[in-house]
Design a protein around this ligand. Structure first.
Ligand SMILES: Nc1nc2c(ncn2[C@@H]2O[C@H](COP(=O)(O)OP(=O)(O)OP(=O)(O)O)[C@@H](O)[C@H]2O)c(=O)[nH]1
Ligand SMILES: [Mg+2]
Length: 457
């Protein structure tokens, strides 16, 4: 990278992230980061682990990652890790880091495959990493297992959406090569929030597992489903490699050999593999921060200005000043209105990452739960039709039928009038009189003649 100022951008954002975590949500700004999404067992955690060069993430078959993991990689001379939930402890044994992630996951989700959107914050200092902030997310799954709720698919999607819908996030969409790209859950979700593919980076894993005679050359050359930031292929360790405790360094060497020796990838071997992916992500995140920096800066400055103004006002503060009280009350009412509207409309300034709330919740109820409940209901079609017809009639009251009849009679009378060539004031008056009579007749027959007293006619 060469440029020291640029190198310090990611640590600077990390500092802001920590400052915001310590003061809570009230000053929340969306900070640039990379969210890793993909189907279950696509190899998301494996990719991240390779960046660090250590075995420290829970991996395997079935659902493994069950809470978001915000992983800050920080270049440093010494190698250790620390969690935000136990900041005083420095982990130098990475097996312990994995155990802590597992224990911390279970603490919130229980042990039977439950999930939770509450993130775990982990920081890894190492001489082998480039500065990066990544979020490892649970894989998209469809069928609930263990303690998972029936709507597990929607819950995981909601959780992922909370991270990837922010404009400030880059999306690392991980798809295994032994699956059709058109069916990629990762790309489907990324497309929902980034239809033009501007902030999506494609990663293709498991290239070693493709059927003999097939390859992913078209995808990797960005021809099949083009993304502005393109695709990078990687080969992670297989489950057998993990069980056999294959060293990551050996795995990275094997990956390099794979690309150099494969006839379909040889010509682009320098643009493939984990080290290249790490470099590209570091550059893209840095550039992304640089692009978002002006707006981030102006938001921070305006927050600072308004806070300074507020502090200034409090210098002459007298709690018993009646004008102050009225002003405060009005401000509160106004603020309530603004907050309420934001909750319903949705806004990026206070995104709840723990659960769906406000408008999003209403949206979900109407678009997911409501149709789901409707489908579950059983109706007798005849009864339903009768109820609907009564409801329509009761809503209309006298209006519709009456209006229609009046309209028809008036029209007929007018047509008759013009046909008979009636003209002049006398005939017009006669005509109006007979129209009134006709209308009165219709109204009486509609409402019951003896009960009807229609003085306006
Ligand atoms: N052969 C091979 N196996 C891989 C590759 N990438 C991942 N795997 C295996 O796929 C399984 C799932 O990998 P994970 O990294 O846990 O996948 P994940 O996407 O994090 O899974 P969840 O967190 O459960 O969604 C593990 O057994 C890995 O060893 C690859 O490139 N090649
Ligand atoms: Mg995982």
């Amino acid at each position: 990278m060469g440029n020291r100022g640029m190198e310090e951008l990611i640590p600077l954002v990390n500092k802001l992230q920590d400052a915001f975590s310590s003061i809570g949500q009230s000053c929340h700004l969306d900070l640039p980061q990379i969210a890793v999404v993909g189907g279950q067992s696509a190899g998301k955690s494996s990719v991240l682990e390779n960046f660090v060069g250590r075995d420290f993430l829970p991996r395997g078959s079935g659902i493994v990652t069950r809470r978001p993991l915000i992983l800050q990689l920080i270049f440093s001379k010494t190698e250790y890790a620390e969690f935000l939930h136990c900041k005083s402890k420095k982990f130098t044994d990475f097996d312990e880091v994995r155990q802590e992630i597992e224990a911390e996951t279970d603490r919130v989700t229980g042990t039977n495959k439950g999930i939770s959107p509450v993130p775990i914050n982990l920081r890894v200092y190492s001489p082998h990493v480039l500065n990066l902030t990544l979020i490892d997310l649970p894989g998209i799954t469809k069928v609930p297992v263990g303690d998972q709720p029936q709507d597990i698919e929607y819950q995981i999607k909601d959780m992922i959406l909370q991270f990837i819908s922010r404009e400030s996030s880059l999306i690392l969409a991980v798809t295994p090569a032994n699956m059709d790209l058109a069916n990629s859950d990762a790309l489907k979700m990324a497309k929902e929030v980034d239809p033009q593919g501007l902030r999506t980076i494609g990663v293709i894993t498991k290239l070693d597992l493709m059927d003999e005679g097939t390859d992913a050359r078209d995808v990797l050359e960005n021809k099949l489903l083009p993304l502005r930031r393109g695709y990078i292929g990687v080969v992670n360790r297989s489950q057998k490699d993990i069980d056999g405790k294959k060293d990551i360094r050996a795995a990275l060497a094997a990956e390099r050999k794979f690309f150099l020796s494969h006839p379909a990838y040889r010509h682009m071997a320098d643009r493939m593999g984990t080290p290249h992916l790490q470099k590209v992500l570091n550059q893209q995140l840095t550039n992304h921060i640089r692009e978002t920096l002006p707006s981030l800066r102006s938001k921070l400055q305006s927050q600072l200005l308004s806070l300074e103004k507020e502090v200034e006002e409090y210098k002459n503060f007298r709690p018993d000043d009646p004008t102050r009280k009225t002003k405060a009350l009005l401000q509160m009412v106004q603020q309530f209105g603004v907050d309420f509207e934001k909750r319903i409309e949705g806004s990026g300034d206070q995104v709840d990452t723990l659960e769906l709330s406000g408008g999003a919740r209403i949206n979900r109820i109407f678009h997911e739960r409501f149709p789901f409940e409707l489908v579950k209901m059983e109706f007798d079609e005849k009864d339903l039709r009768r109820e609907i017809s009564y409801a329509i009639k009761n809503i209309h009251g006298v209006r519709n039928d009456l209006g229609r009849k009046v309209g028809v009679v008036s029209r007929t009378r007018l047509e008759e009038g013009s046909r008979s060539g009636a003209s002049g004031v006398g005939s017009a008056r006669r005509d109006r009189g007979s129209q009134r009579g006709a209308v009165l007749k219709v109204v009486k027959s509609s409402l019951g003649a003896e009960k009807c007293r229609i003085s306006w006619l």
